[in-house]
Structure formats: structure tokens, C-alpha cells
Design a protein around this ligand. Sequence first.
Ligand code: EPS
Length: 386
Amino acid sequence: MFRYVTAGESHGKQLTVIIEGIPAGLKIRTADINKDLFRRQAGYGRGARMKIEKDSVEFTAGVRLGETIGSPVCMVIKNFDWENWQRLMSAEPADIGEEAAHLKPRPGHADLPGAIKFDVHDIRNILERASARETAARVAAGALCKKLVSEFGIEVYSFVREIGGVRSDLSGLTREEIISLSEKSPMRTPDKRAEKRMMEVISGAGDKGDTVGGVFTVVASGVPVGLGSHTQWDEKLDAKVARALMSIQAIKGVEFGLGFGFSGLLGSAVHDEVFYSKKTGFYRKSNNAGGVEGGISNGEEIVVSCAMKPIPSLKKPLASVNVKTKKPESAEAVRSDVCAVPAAAVIGESALSCELAAALKEKFGGDSLAEMKKNFNAYIGHVKGF
Ligand code: EPS
């Protein structure tokens, strides 16, 4: 059984993540986790909050002498901004004054449906947890899972395909070039010309108090054939990955491989024909399926893209209604990011890594990493002999 949960409010004391099902014997250091936390904080278009936070984890359970011990792994990340919010976020009863209440819901945010559902007028109770700050905890879980899946030859990376309508041109780039160019780019995109235009669009939108969204792609290479199953709807690997990605704040669309592009083309033009050679076994010359057929990984790269909506916290707010007075008012104008698509790409890597770790654990079991690898190697032997 593999699962993870997070806790923590955006301006609360800390974020916490607990991950169950990581086998014993996985070597892990805080630096492995902090590397991805740092990548998540980067990117042109982030707001002032990122200057306050410097995310790093502390392991509080499940790791001893640099190795997992098979018990639940717990990691905490301090919110440095909490210093400024202690009174407003106090766990003990405190008089915070009526004027502190956030009463004007932002269209596109969890504010209004959350307030109605949880029966609160001060929307802070909703926005604190709906905030994308929570994703730092998920990235910590993802970094641990990335380390686990790398033991099985799986590498996960991401890049930004589009921001504010500006598309990157990936033609002619190798996988290695896409990875290294994206890693160096403030937009996490391999196309320098598009990067410049994306930054212009972001600064233009920011100047007008507006926000922009975009599309990122997450890739996992080295995934063996046979993760996930066609036999039941909720065992399909693509369904599980799509759920994990869709749950990232502000994601409104998820597609595998050609995705929506499949709909207008003929079957003969899109399906990845099957070839065989003694050396490589079964293989494909294209990967429109995005590495999953019938809910099962097919041995090709898993390629999944996500559309992120523009962040709903606008400095120049949209029309709304005060939830207390019911009078029309502009939505609350709060500090936020103009664009967080590059950060979302890193979060996407984490979501995919967690699902792949879960799928590996389900298929190969094992309480220790050595046991899991033994089972994995036996299966790979079967695949090679098929
Ligand atoms: C967020 C609003 C901003 C972002 C935050 C998500 O925070 P604040 O309200 O403190 O300015 O910076 O993202 C993070 C803190 C983060 O670590 O990604 C929101 O409302 O969702």
C-alpha cells in the first residue's frame, strides 16, 4: 500500500507530508528533497512571497542514518511568512478584528464554493488550504518517490510548452537538450525565443494587474511495460496519473501523448505501429499514445501535458459579491504570482513520480528495496523472454 497526505495552511506554521509504503533501504538525504523544492520556487512571474520563503525539509520520521526504514516517512517544511501571520492564523482563540475577514470571493478560486460548503463567512479558512503553497509538501513527497523510481531506471523531467498563448518550438531538439535547456530557463522552456516572448507577456500582464496560464509537459523515461491494468477502471495508470495531475491547483486539462489532437485524425494516422528486433524486443517508432495503452504502460516514455488556468488572484480584481452584505463589490485583491506555470511543471513531475512509485510498489511489492528489486528483475526477465 502506497499513499501520501499533506497538511498545512499557506500562512500557518509549517507544511507536513506523510508518505506510507516507501520500502526500507532507500538512501535519501534532505539535499535530494531540497533540490526539487528549490526548482519549484523558481521561475519568472512568481510573487513577493517567494522572496520570503526558502523551502527546505526536515525528516521527522521514517528515515534513519540516511536511509528509509520502512515506516511512514514524515517531512516538514517551515513557512517563514508565519512570523507575520501569527495573530491572524492563531490556533488559540484570538480577537483578530472584523476588518481582517476576507469577504469578497475571487472568481476562479475555491473561495465561494468553499465558503458555502464549509459554512464560513471569513474566506481565509478556505483560501489558506486551497493555496498552491500546499504543493511544496507534494513536491517533497515527489522528490522521495523520484529517488525510489530512479532505482528502477525511471527518470522524470518536465518542460513548459506554452505560456499566455506563446508556444515553444521543440522541433529538432533531443531529449537531453530539452532537459538541459529547460532546466536553465526562467520559463522552464527549451526555446530561447519563446522564453523571451513569454517573459514579455508575463511582465505586461503583471503591469496591468492580470495573470497568465499555460501548458507544461511531464515525461517519464525508462518506465517498464506493464504498470497499471486494463482490468478495472480505477486501476488504469493513465487514469491515476490524470487524477494526480488534475489535483494540482489551477490545472484545468490533462492530456496523454497526442491527447485532444487524436480527435480529428484517422486511426491509421495516429496509432503507434509495433516493431520487433531481437536486440530491443517490441518497440514503436512514434509515441502518440504517450506511453499508455489500455491503461497499461507500454514501455515507451510516459508523456502527459497539463493546461494551467491564469491564477485567479488578480491585482485588478473582477466583479464579485460580498458574502456578508450580499452587495456587489470587487473581489479581494491579494498578493500572488502573475504566472506559476514553470513551478507547476515541477509539481507535475512530483505528481507523476508519486503515481509511478505507487504503481511499482503495487506490482513488485517488497518491504525492502532489495526485495522490490529482486521481484522487479524477475519480471524484467519475463518481459525480455516474451
Ligand atoms: C498563493 C498565493 C501566493 C503564492 C502562493 C500561492 O502566496 P501569498 O498569498 O502568501 O502571497 O506565492 O504560493 C506559495 C506560497 C508557494 O509556495 O507556491 C495562492 O493563493 O494560491
